[in-house]
Write a protein that binds this ligand. Structure first.
Ligand SMILES: [Zn+2]
Length: 81
């Protein structure tokens, strides 16, 4: 096993100040990088870099069920009446 090198901060170039955190949001593995030197932040998912807005969308969708996601099954009973 070789440890993944921590990427340098693209803003200030600091390597020691960059923290990388792996986490799962709404079932998708994401990585969050944070520079403690200049407060640069970056989110990345399987498909590539993510904007903060799309990450927040994922996080908020996690606890809320969209209406279009519910099975709209009509009540059984056939043709009564
Ligand atoms: Zn930085």
């Amino acid at each position: 096993m070789s440890p993944e090198p921590t990427p340098a901060c693209p803003v200030c170039g600091s390597e020691s100040g960059v923290l990388e955190i792996q986490l799962v949001v709404a079932g998708d593995p994401l990585s969050f990088a944070l520079c403690s030197s200049c407060e640069w932040k970056s989110w990345a998912g399987l498909v590539g870099p993510l904007s903060l807005g799309s990450v927040l969308d994922l996080a908020s969708a996690q606890g809320r069920e969209p209406a279009w996601h519910r099975p709209g099954r009509p009540p059984a009973g056939g043709s009564a009446r």
